[in-house]
Design a binder for this molecule. Structure first.
Ligand SMILES: [Fe+2]
Ligand SMILES: [Fe+2]
Length: 236
């Protein structure tokens, strides 16, 4: 099955034409489209309506997770309704199967940092809340992957589950780009692939410590490839 994936469309008035161009042809080149968050730029109803109009033109199944930008206006429920009305399944930890072939475990994820420098649940209450937010995403991902019984499974996140694909970003912001604890469900339950966005200056391909292949499909990353593309496609 051929999957197309892209994140960080950041739909707003001035980016709409370019993102429509980026997605052109996806219907002919893939059997489903995964959207890795930051669908809108400020999470407004207006931006969601514009994106919904563009996505409604595409006939293939469309599955998305939210990114941090989709929460900015506090209208994420309206954003979700508008996208779902356009035929986009928005996931927040529920397992989702496209027939018997492909299962998608989708969560936003969260930050916390990587490997030995990952933020630990210690000290002030607000630090514990921050770490708990990431642990909650980790558990949702684990639960979704555990429940899927399809021939192939993939994970879809906004935040990065490994350090490898954020290489190129300033070191100072690594803790806000993702967290190694998001990779634990991947290494235990072994989906075929994981996709994320969020790290606009990162690189396309990496892997978790346990060897699960991870693709950073943020649109700015795809546009910097040797042969720039508007969406990444891969067979599972
Ligand atoms: Fe983004
Ligand atoms: Fe983001």
């Amino acid at each position: 099955m051929r999957i197309a994936a892209v994140g960080d469309l950041h739909c707003r008035a001035d980016t709409r034409p370019a993102l429509a161009a980026a997605l052109s042809g996806v219907d002919d080149q893939a059997e489903c489209l995964l959207l890795a968050g930051d669908l809108t730029d400020h999470g407004t109803a207006e931006e969601a309506s514009w994106l919904a109009e563009e996505l409604a033109r595409l006939k293939l199944p469309k599955v998305a997770v939210f990114g941090n930008h989709d929460y900015e206006a506090g209208q994420e429920q309206v954003v979700r309704q508008k996208l779902e009305a356009a035929g986009v399944k928005v996931l927040d930890g529920e397992p989702y199967a496209l027939g018997e072939e492909l299962g998608i475990a989708g969560v936003k994820g969260f930050g916390g940092g990587f490997e030995h420098a990952q933020l630990q649940r210690f000290g002030e209450g607000v630090i514990k809340q921050f770490v708990d937010a990431c642990i909650a995403e980790e558990l949702k991902l684990e639960n979704a992957l555990f429940q899927l019984r399809t021939r192939a499974r993939v994970a879809l996140l906004h935040y990065a589950p490994c350090r490898a694909t954020v290489e190129g970003e300033p070191l100072e912001i690594y803790p806000f780009l993702g967290a190694t604890r998001l990779s634990s469900p991947l290494d235990q339950l072994r989906p075929a692939l994981a996709f994320h966005g969020h790290a606009h200056r990162g690189i396309l391909r990496g892997a978790t410590r346990g060897g699960v292949t991870v693709y950073n499909v943020a649109l700015p990353v795809l546009r910097r490839l040797e042969k720039p593309v508007g969406f990444f496609s891969v067979d599972v």
